[in-house]
Design a protein around this ligand. Sequence first.
Ligand code: NAD
Ligand code: TYD
Length: 342
Amino acid sequence: MRTIFVTGGAGFIGSAFIRYVLAERTDVEIVDLDALTYAGNLENLAELDPVRHRFIKGDICDREAVMAAMPERCDAVFNFAAESHVDRSINSADEFLRTNVIGTQVLLDVARMKGVRRFVQISTDEVMGSLPEDSDEFFTERSELRPNSPYAASKAAAEFVVRAARETHGVDTVITRCGNNYGPRQFPEKLIPLMIANAMNDEPLPVYGDGKNVRDWIYVDDHVRAVCLAYERGRSGEVYNIGARNERQNIDVVTSLLDALGKPHSLIRFVEDRPGHDRRYAIDPTKAETELGWNTRTSWEDGLRKTIDWYRDNQDWVSHIRNGQYRDYYKTMYAARLESAL
Ligand code: NAD
Ligand code: TYD
């Protein structure tokens, strides 16, 4: 058996990764450390094999907790734990720097002390900033790091501490940089689940600015398969960009969701833009395809259908979230914007 240490496994992508590994790598057992912040949800881990998956509640910034939780003979660390939402980072960056930067450093230190074979850092295309719209420019692994939001800046800083651990201490590291994920169990602060949840409740859909910002969308199961292959086949010290060649304007995403749900476009409200709003993300995944033998398997149409079906079939999951602190969050972020919507 190989043992791996996953952080942030109660979140959206971490839980999809755990589900994937338990199903597809029967010789792997997982220790999963998650602080259960607002975004962490034990419902995301329901019905997993309790023998091969062990959950521990704890903070990646807490060195003692990480020392105690990380197994002695550990093949790899996968760092999914993060503060992950751009809008929250605009309101306050403190937690982003603490978890995303300090937390990553603590994990690297402990991994080195325990002789972990490989450290996989889950990063994001947002570290590379924004591309001009209507250009044929793409993010590649050689693109400069030019983060524009506090979230992106904290993830870029995390990449630098990973790089430094490799250059200074010889830690075996791999970094994956993925585009915008969508799929089941995504917290409804992000575009797609927020719009699905609002539309299902016949509430207005707040689209920032002119709605023409472009994101490069990937179904979450395709992302986690790439992370697994980066661990198994990636070259030490390398960065791999992960994307599905699926650029879409936000307004087109939102109207597709409304059409699929049978709801009217009149629910759309154009609201005040996000400050520093990146215009376009677009990833060239050629390196991951050629070096890792990875390809996307889920088309945009199938992925959206699976996602919508999941939110329709799991309305309890959504309402547990929407009944909690989320109400205050939604009010703070959207009440004034919606009142002065065009
Ligand atoms: P998420 O917000 O759904 O989940 C984050 C998880 O980390 C939660 O379970 C939370 O409880 C946990 N966590 C937060 N702070 C912690 C701490 N201090 N200690 C331990 N656990 C902590 O995020 P996600 O969308 O699943 O993203 C996972 C990773 O993938 C992040 O590193 C993010 O930057 C990266 N990423 C996300 C996307 C995307 O589209 N969502 C795209 C590319 C990369
Ligand atoms: P988001 O899901 O927050 O991801 P990111 O900012 O990391 O790309 O947002 C995706 C896009 O959708 C982004 O251009 C901002 C836009 N957006 C809205 O128009 N309205 C919203 O309520 C949200 C949350 C996002």
